[in-house]
Design a protein. Structure first.
Length: 221
């Protein structure tokens, strides 16, 4: 059952309320299909939602991703989905954030939504003395050149889905089986190795209200 995170409530420029929900650990494909259904069935007055969760181990490829970036998946399934971007890994110990927003009603451009997700990670890291940054040429959040968080979105019928993957305290070995986000040799890091927390549910509860703030006033990198 979805557990509401009341502190994640926010109101976009259109005034429509949204609520955050902690889903726990769930498989990727059924969650993706649920996001599609939510987006396809939503009406002009449907409240926005932000889903926060962990996934079972899976490699996901964007719509136009190059499969040659999947080097040696082994026993981890590979799933092609309908977001942008190349290949990444999801697994336990990673916080996944799916903003299911009416972007037109909220007054958000795609760039503003990406920036809000990135800035929320950067500001969350700053709480623990971690200096993170985003790059205009490569979406996501980085610490000393290593990727901490990935961003990939889809907009359909004016609604957003997919979103952010933030590494918290996970087994990073599967990232060595791919070219993360299409970059050979790209280093990957996580919060717990940088002096931050290692509890995904804790981070979800703390991150949700910060993201809500960023969605109301997205800035630039």
């Amino acid at each position: 059952m979805n557990a509401p995170l009341a502190s994640a409530d926010w109101r976009g420029a259109g005034g429509a309320a949204a609520a955050g929900f902690w889903l726990g650990r769930v498989p990727c494909e059924p969650t993706w299909r649920a996001m599609q259904r939510f987006t396809d069935q939503r009406q002009p007055d449907t409240p926005d939602e932000i889903w926060l969760l962990e996934h079972d181990p899976v490699f996901t490829l964007g719509m136009n991703a190059d499969r040659s970036h999947v080097l040696s998946p082994g026993d981890i399934p590979v799933l092609q989905i309908d977001r942008g971007g190349q290949v990444t890994f999801h697994g336990p110990g990673q916080l996944v954030v799916y903003p299911l927003l009416d972007v037109r009603r909220a007054g958000l451009t795609v760039r503003a939504l990406v920036t809000a997700l990135e800035r929320a990670v950067i500001e969350y890291c700053a709480r623990f003395g971690i200096r993170a940054e985003c790059r205009a040429s490569a979406p996501g959040v980085y610490v000393d050149g290593a990727k901490l968080a990935s961003v990939g979105l889809r907009i359909r019928r004016g609604g957003s889905y997919h979103g952010l993957a933030l590494n918290i305290g996970m087994d990073l070995e599967p990232f060595r089986r791919i070219n993360p986000c299409g970059y050979a040799g790209l280093a990957v890091t996580q919060l717990s190795d940088l002096g931050g927390p290692d509890d995904v549910a804790q981070v979800a509860a703390e991150f949700a209200p910060l993201l809500a703030t960023m969605l109301c006033r997205p800035g630039s990198c």
